[in-house]
Design a binder for this molecule. Structure first.
Ligand code: AMP
Length: 192
């Protein structure tokens, strides 16, 4: 199963991806997680990405495409993967097409979690409060001002990615405002 989860920040991509990992036994490839790990480790990629991520902007296509190309070549991704947070631009989607073609594989599904953007700030603030209460680190970009910039980046650069797949008849849209379990059920139905 090779799947892309699309949707703005706070749509629930990470939550649903984690559930699909258990269901299908394939890894969740989150470029956000990989970039945060690179920042924490102080790698050259992390050093380049840090300021952009802190401000809510998008890291360069070149960097994230490189990260994903390496990651999908790992043995655990050979049977499939769930892409969470990638592709975020049409250039990334085109690069992914090339990577998949070179490997002789194709996507099984592209799912957009469609949400009411006016409700997302509340959601993200809840996520930050829950992380804090659980003693987990709170993401620096889960802040109302930075979140606004992340949403702007989504609307400017990423909203066009879903139509890119829709044109090819590959897109399934799921109502991401439903309770979490209902979104999971809708996903299971869509993936057959
Ligand atoms: P996320 O965890 O998916 O919300 O990503 C956190 C941050 O990492 C984003 O706000 C971007 O700065 C950066 N990032 C993650 N994935 C990508 C991507 N595919 N393209 C560009 N920047 C990304």
């Amino acid at each position: 199963m090779r799947l892309i989860l699309l949707g703005p920040p706070g749509a629930g991509k990470g939550t649903q991806a984690a559930r699909l990992v258990d269901q299908y036994g394939i890894p969740q490839l989150s470029t956000g997680d990989m970039l945060r790990a690179a920042v924490a480790a102080g790698t050259p990629v992390g050093q380049k990405a840090k300021a952009v991520m802190d401000s809510g902007g998008l890291v360069s296509d070149e960097i994230v495409i490189g990260i994903i190309a390496d990651r999908i070549s790992e043995p655990d991704a050979s049977k499939g993967f769930i892409l969470d947070g990638f592709p975020r631009t049409v250039a990334q989607a085109v690069a992914l097409d090339t990577m998949l073609r070179e490997r002789g594989v194709s996507l099984n599904a592209v799912v957009e979690l469609r949400v009411d953007q006016s409700k997302l700030v509340d959601r993200i603030m809840r996520r930050a409060a829950e992380a804090k209460a659980a003693g987990q680190p709170v993401r620096k970009d889960d802040d109302p001002e930075v979140f606004k910039t992340r949403l702007e980046a989504y609307n400017r650069d990423t909203a066009v990615v879903a139509p890119y797949y829709a044109k090819r008849g590959q897109l399934t849209v799921i109502d991401g405002m439903q309770p979490v379990d209902d979104v999971t059920a809708a996903l299971a139905k869509a993936l057959g």
